[in-house]
Design a protein around this ligand. Structure first.
Ligand SMILES: Nc1ncnc2c1ncn2[C@@H]1O[C@H](COP(=O)(O)OP(=O)(O)OP(=O)(O)O)[C@@H](O)[C@H]1O
Ligand SMILES: [Mg+2]
Length: 470
């Protein structure tokens, strides 16, 4: 039996990921009718909770994301402080992020089939266009640029939905924290050349990053790799990469051309909007796979992760909620700020800390408003059941916010899982996932040739002037 720890309105279940800044939990919560819902809770690590700049940045993240309503953008419900902890509650996307899917592709030595790559990229393009063209309550453009479009921020659900997450370093009119001069933020590997140079960005930077993700889906490798961060930045700056068809000769030329047009160094030669990218990808899909639908993508991911789905489903069934559920929902910091910003009107949080009706049943398909199904399938990492030590350090291989004043120290082992509460009420199990038709064999050992080497480099603080001189 596993105990769920309460944090505000949320009951934390398993930890999905752990990093130098935050831990992500799957959590259960209840709406006003007592219906249960799964959400993802990103809990800020204690040492950062005292950093005002960092908290301000997270408030910005939550604020930006909370105004965005789009089927392919993971919805943010609130940024709150409860029981002395800061956290963001967001839509839980029940599936696998594209980084994990690509790792599996590398293990199996097979790139993602072009139709899936095209569909995922088209959905992300659609999400990006919505963000790029979002307006405030007085219809003034918010000029949101995501800035961190990368495989780990693209999650594909087991039903084939694609959700872009983490407007964590996005900047918009709503943002209060300005990027300090000379500081580059984001994952270098997926940056645009202008971003690598620390220049002022517009939405076309996200188009380039989307091109990098598309390239990697088509080939299994990112377009830009190098042995160290400085060389990597130079490669990104120059936007020189091996042609997709050289790596995978069977790639349809039309989709290669789309990736190339996204990855053009000159902004003026690139696609000018994400909507154009989406239109070309959809046209490609219509020709290449006329009967394609999102269920094909769902099936592809379920098949690739069948073993993990099974294991995690069993684990989730073990969770119990505490008997003494507290009504303390904490303080919603986005709502607090809204009072001083009349053009920003956050939606009320649609959850209660405990079931209020008679329906304290399993989490349900419901996404509060965008009409999309909100799945309740279990998630897991590729190793299967997580323990305190086998949760992947999601930041060990990825880039984080770069700020010379706030280098995040990495811990060698994640902190312990949340302490349990005594005596619990059994929590109903979530709705079981559709069973994959063919159970997949255990994943083969990693292919060292492709190596996770390409994901290993850490981000550093870079001096723009030094880069320009090279
Ligand atoms: N809303 C969500 N639903 C389900 N899983 C999520 C959600 N948000 C994040 N995850 C999972 O947690 C992982 C880590 O997320 P997190 O955003 O903390 O780190 P990251 O994406 O590696 O880096 P970054 O800080 O640049 O976003 C994701 O890759 C994804 O697998
Ligand atoms: Mg992320």
């Amino acid at each position: 039996m596993r105990r769920a720890q309460q944090l505000g309105r949320y009951h934390l279940l398993d930890r999905i990921a752990f990093g130098g800044m935050a831990e992500i939990y799957r959590a259960k919560t209840f709406d006003a009718h007592g219906h249960a819902h799964l959400v993802a809770v990103k809990r800020v690590l204690a040492h950062l909770a005292e950093d005002d700049d960092f908290i301000q940045m997270l408030v910005d993240e939550a604020k930006i994301a909370s105004v965005l309503r789009h089927a392919s953008i993971a919805r943010v419900y609130e940024f709150a402080r409860a029981q002395g902890e800061y956290f963001i509650a967001m839509e839980h996307v029940d599936g696998k992020d594209a980084r994990t899917i690509l790792e599996r592709c590398r293990q199996k030595k097979k790139p993602m089939p072009p139709e899936h790559a095209a569909y995922v990229a088209a959905e992300v393009a659609s999400a990006l266009h919505a963000a790029h063209t979002a307006v405030d309550a007085r219809r003034r453009p918010l000029r949101i640029v995501h800035r961190d479009v990368s495989p780990s921020n693209i999650i594909v659900s087991y039903t084939g939905e694609v959700k872009l997450c983490d407007f964590g370093i996005a900047k918009a009119t709503l943002s209060k924290v300005n990027t300090k001069t000379g500081v580059i933020k984001g994952k270098v590997k997926y940056m645009s050349p202008e971003q690598a140079l620390g220049r002022k960005l517009d939405h076309r930077s996200d188009v380039f990053s989307l091109g990098s993700c598309l390239y990697e889906m088509l080939t299994r490798v990112p377009p830009f790799t190098a042995g160290n961060e400085m060389d990597l930045l130079i490669k990104v700056r120059d936007a020189k990469y091996r042609p997709v068809s050289e790596l995978v000769p069977s790639t349809p030329p039309e989709i290669e051309a789309i990736a190339d047009k996204c990855l053009t160094r000159s902004r003026a030669q690139r696609y000018q909007t994400a909507a154009e990218v989406e239109a070309d990808l959809r046209a490609f899909l219509r020709r290449y796979a006329p009967t394609y639908s999102r269920s094909h993508l769902g099936r592809y991911v379920r098949k690739a992760f069948a073993t993990e789905i099974e294991r995690e489903l069993r684990m989730l069934e073990e969770y119990v909620l505490a008997d003494d559920v507290s009504d303390d929902v904490g303080e919603n910091l986005i709502a607090g700020r809204a009072q001083s910003e009349p053009d920003f009107a956050p939606a009320p949080v649609p959850f209660q800390p405990r079931p209020t009706g008679t329906h304290a049943a399993a989490p349900e398909a419901d996404d509060f408003g965008d009409g999309e199904s909100h799945t309740t399938l279990p998630r897991s990492d590729s190793e299967g059941l997580r323990s305190e030590t086998d949760v992947p350090d999601l930041h060990a291989a990825q880039t984080m916010i770069l700020d010379p004043g706030r280098r995040v120290r990495r811990t060698s082992a994640p902190p312990p899982l949340p302490p349990g509460r005594p005596a619990g009420r059994a929590m109903p199990p979530p709705v079981p996932p559709p069973r994959p038709r063919t159970p997949s064999r255990p994943a083969p050992p990693p292919d060292l040739d492709w190596g996770d080497e390409i994901h290993r480099e850490e981000t550093m603080i870079l001096d723009r002037a030094r880069l320009r001189r090279r």
